[in-house]
Design a protein around this ligand. Sequence first.
Ligand SMILES: Cc1ncc(COP(=O)(O)O)c(C=O)c1O
Length: 420
Amino acid sequence: MSTVVKTPPQVHPARAFEVERVRRDFPVLHQKVHGKPLVYLDNAATTQKPLAVIEAIENYYRQDNSNIHRGVHAPSERATEAYERVRVAAQKFLNAADTKEIIFVRGTTEGINLVAQTYGRKNVGSGDEVLITALEHHSNIVPWQLLCEEKGAKLRVAPINDRGELLLDEFEKLLSQKTKIVAVGHLSNALGTINPVREIVRMAHARNIPVLVDGAQAAPRMKIDVQALDCDFYAISGHKMYGPTGIGVLYGKTRLLEAMPPYQGGGDMIASVTFEKTVYNRLPYKFEAGTPNIADTIGLGAAIEYLNELGLDEIENHEADLLSYATSKVESIPGLRVIGTAREKAGVLSFVMEDIHPHDIGTILDSDGIAVRTGHHCAQPVMQRFNIPATARASFGLYNTRAEVDALAAGIHKVREVMG
Ligand SMILES: Cc1ncc(COP(=O)(O)O)c(C=O)c1O
């Protein structure tokens, strides 16, 4: 009798990740839109919030609401403690060396503007250059344009290829003595391209140029280690990582933050004030003027805890499975072209359809309860690079399922029938 050796069943990462259990944590997902179950595939725009985040904010307002850093009374001490605990959580989340390198801001946009208006205004002068890439979101373009306009400096743009990948050689050629800062996205919201940030930092640092990384789309999808990346600044948004709107984090290296002037003036960012002279507070408070967004900071803390519990590696695997499943399903649809086919890619599936405007795609999908984004995704130069006005974009989150991808594919077939 021959023995049959059975190979153990392959445990697919997407199966190991208990997505149905995860979905129960998100009240918004359990609704019908136009009579169909909501299929939420607009996660690059903003993510839904788990109960842990919603309850953390509610509990703060119910039990602890108070201003921070000032009161001697118990609620103020509780609020201060809760707020500062999130700073520690954010430090660990990004693997920053110190909590003083964690500055709470409104989001990625404000984080980038802060650096442009402080580090940039101090260090960029007439004839200097700021180097970005052709993949950037408007929030990593316009703050640098404003700075360059004011200072008589030049914005340089490293090109991408037809897959939507940064041309590293071209990038390196653009680095020069004139380059005063490099600002790059970690993960493109329009194409899903993951930039080789470690390599970019290595090239820039070899010429003593600091690097800011726009981490808005990377933070919810992959483990971030700012010390391993060795970047000088890293900006993230709470609402893209299952936390509230109106709160984000700017990481900055201590040495640079110490040398930068404050961003805004007001309460809390000072050590002492007279009419003659103000002495600024120590880091990170020097950059946090006025009463901060305490409630949403606490909500962000709950989101970080939630992501940590699920595990960024598991989330990354789960989304990678959804992206490859979705790509293979839609690629075979006649007349459909995927925009952005980088070898290193995550989270985002942008596409166009022959003779059908993305707006119509979005509207027809919506009639089936499927939420995708259509437009230029705040990355008009990316659209110009591909010679298109807009794309339809499905972007995945930790709660999405293969069944939802099937619904998307069926919806796109319907678009073809209706518009074809
Ligand atoms: C890559 C990227 N950078 C920056 C931003 C801006 O983030 P926020 O609007 O949260 O400041 C976004 C938002 O879509 C983004 O996708």
